[in-house]
Design a protein around this ligand. Structure first.
Ligand code: UDX
Length: 438
């Protein structure tokens, strides 16, 4: 079992740290933010991620997981170091790797014995070489090290499960020695015969962008098909279901909706498109994926306007769900933000309810009304818009909802309500590409 240090305690760093400790390794998670480390030491986690708190607490109790702000010491004592710091988007769309570079410098300065340095953060293709040269430039004692790119494929909301039961592990390593060490780090997965792909560094970096962009493309594709379904009277769910039965297509990521959000797809697609342009080529399908997604977000507002006879001013709209998807408190690039902005801009009043995000939303839109239950959020509203497919909205009591609202109008951007039931309870409604087949 290896001694591992994870630099950066965002959701990737924390899930990786807890997961690798659960695999039997000795893991130290390090972050420069003292308040965050103190919180983690007290057994509390700063994000909403199902199963993570328990996994952390268990491995802390088993004395396999530690938290510190002492970066120098944690680098010196590690056999394997994972870089998991943020790579925020820069103005030109590319990922900004300043934090990664800073960490590489610190690693170089603190190298004492042979180590494997491994990047988890999503970084532009070619960053591995830059990291190696920074470590080398600061490696005054001339210690031997190997570099590995080991991208993460964790979905927020199911990141723990994705880490413990991955579809594959990608290890971009320059030599067999480093690959073997990483295999030991992931030993339980290796024994379980999880596919482990040994690639070069650039291939591993590319796999991450190519995977995320392809999934984003699939979503934009089904959203366009849904829009066409609306025109011709076809039902997109049945179209997607039948498409998905073809093993070459697969049923995953064919769910239409208000457009993808989150910290990965929007950023990674833009990064890949701008990376290609920088290299004087294009990934046109990815460029179109981005455009289609932006349009899809706008389309949701147009649908709402249509339901309200093109008159939003002074109307109160209840927004159900703020996070970009269920089981997370992340609102980065969430389609809910776009629709709220558009409603407010046209003089509408916004009520919100989300199972985990409460008054924090007022930091972005101070004039909206945030409520702690869907019932309060629905009182006397002119319309409801479902923006996130939280389970609580799937089973909502439509009769009660109707009785609370001023007018029974619903825009279901996640297609989670039964069209039959909406008809039964007298709602005017719209969704994304569905028809009532009864
Ligand atoms: C994604 C990737 O799935 C993960 O492998 C990667 O490493 C990080 O980025 P995440 O952003 O957490 O994970 O969420 P994901 O479940 O992929 O959903 C992204 C967005 O696409 C959400 O807004 C979601 O609502 C939307 N989506 C997803 C759809 O609209 N339709 C679908 O069929 C699937």
């Amino acid at each position: 079992m290896k001694k591992i240090t994870i630099i950066g305690t965002g959701y990737v760093g924390l899930v990786t740290g807890a997961g690798l400790a659960d695999f039997g390794n000795y893991v130290t998670c390090v972050d420069i933010k003292e308040s965050k480390i103190n919180l983690l030491k007290s057994g509390t986690i700063p994000i909403h991620e199902p199963g993570l708190e328990k996994l952390i607490q268990y491995n802390v109790r088993e004395k396999r997981l530690f938290f510190t702000t002492d970066i120098g010491k944690s680098i010196s004592q590690a056999e394997v170091i994972f870089i998991a710091v943020g790579t925020p988007e820069s103005e030109n769309g590319e990922a900004n790797i300043d934090f990664v570079k800073q960490v590489a410098k610190t690693i170089g300065e603190n190298l004492n014995i042979y180590k494997v340095i491994c990047t988890k953060s999503t970084v532009p293709i070619g960053t591995g070489k830059i990291i190696c040269s920074i470590i080398e430039a600061n490696n005054i004692r001339n210690i031997n090290f190997d570099y590995v790119s080991n991208p993460e494929f964790l979905r927020e909301g199911s990141a723990v499960k994705d880490f413990l039961l991955p579809d594959r592990v990608v290890i971009g390593a320059v030599n067999k020695k480093a690959f073997k060490i990483l295999k030991e780090v992931y030993r339980p997965l290796y024994i379980n015969e999880t596919p482990m792909l040994h690639t070069n560094i650039e291939t591993a970096e590319m796999i991450k962008y190519a995977s995320n962009s392809f999934l984003a493309l699939k979503i934009s594709y089904i959203n366009e098909i849904a829009n066409l379904c609306e025109i011709v009277g076809a039902d997109v769910h049945l179209v997607a279901k039948a498409m998905g039965k073809d093993g070459r297509i697969s049923s995953k990521f064919l769910h239409p909706g208000p457009g993808f959000g989150g910290s990965c797809f929007p950023k990674d697609t833009r990064a890949l498109a701008s990376f290609a342009k920088k290299h004087e080529t294009r990934v046109r399908l990815v460029e179109e994926t981005i455009k289609v997604n932006n349009k899809q977000k706008d389309r949701m507002f147009i649908k709402l306007k249509k339901l309200l006879d093109y008159n939003i001013a002074n109307k109160t709209i209840g927004v159900f769900g703020l996070s970009f998807k269920p089981n997370t408190d992340d609102i980065r690039e969430s389609p809910s933000l776009s629709i709220i902005k558009a409603i407010l801009k046209e003089g509408g009043i916004v009520n919100t309810y989300d199972p985990v995000i409460n008054d924090e939303i007022k930091k972005i839109y101070p004039t909206l009304n945030s409520f702690h239950s869907w019932e309060e959020c629905s009182k006397d509203v002119d319309a409801i818009v479902i923006m996130t497919d939280w389970n609580v909205f799937r089973g909502i009591d439509l009769k009660k909802l109707n009785s609370l609202m001023k007018t029974p109008i619903i825009l279901d951007t996640r297609n989670i309500l039964s069209v039959e039931k909406l008809n039964e309870f007298g709602f005017s409604y719209d969704n994304v590409g569905r028809v009532d087949i009864n």
